[in-house]
Design a protein around this ligand. Structure first.
Ligand code: FE2
Length: 202
């Protein structure tokens, strides 16, 4: 079965007063994410080795295969954006208790987590992603990946939150000010309830 663009869990205007405008969401979800899904389906259609495989299986198959780099890029970006949309919230809630406790345990403080995340997100040269990951050692950590890669592909652990730092995610709202986009995400837009639920489910 072909992969499909999942609907956003909120309307395209729902995040406008939290720093992510309707036009950004319409283009980012409706055009960019859709383009990754369409391209991925095109590759699967032409390659029997990919047919019937889950998204995670396709990522695992293509991650270290140079010939399948275009497959990996589009599969990775589909996976990344599915997580990204879930990690944004129109409600802008505070960090819930269990996640806060774990952040303090593993980073020393919530501020230290935010600082590490900001360094990763602003330090990723060019396109890519910053992640809050539950590592294989059971500890939270912050990582960054280039282009369409992610913690599933690198084997670093389970991603709880991912921030898209491709310019298409922030240019309309923040122009070239990636640090402002990152601060806005951490302070007003991140869905920490989702991250906590993923942590508890791990
Ligand atoms: Fe994106």
């Amino acid at each position: 079965m072909a992969f499909e663009l999942p609907p956003l869990p909120y309307s395209t205007s729902a995040l406008a007063d939290r720093g992510m405008g309707q036009e950004t969401l319409e283009l980012h979800h409706g055009k960019h994410h859709q383009a990754y899904v369409t391209a991925l389906n095109g590759f699967v259609e032409k390659n029997d080795a990919l047919k019937g495989k889950s998204l995670e299986e396709i990522i695992a198959l293509s991650v270290s295969n140079e010939q399948l780099a275009p497959v990996f890029n589009n599969a990775g970006q589909h996976w990344n954006h599915i997580l990204f949309w879930k990690g944004l919230s129109p409600a802008g809630r505070a960090i819930p208790g269990a996640l806060e406790k774990k952040l303090i345990e593993d980073f020393g403080s919530v501020e230290a987590f935010k600082s590490a995340f900001t360094t990763a997100a602003t330090g990723q040269f060019g396109s890519g992603w910053a992640w809050l990951v539950l590592g294989r050692d059971g500890k939270l950590k912050v990582t960054k990946t280039p282009n369409g890669s992610n913690p599933l592909a690198t084997g670093e652990g389970k991603a709880l939150l991912g921030l898209d730092v491709w310019e298409h995610s922030y240019y309309l709202d923040f122009r070239n000010r990636r640090p402002d986009y990152v601060a806005n995400f951490l302070g007003r837009l991140a869905n920490y309830d989702f991250a906590e639920a993923e942590l508890k489910a791990a």
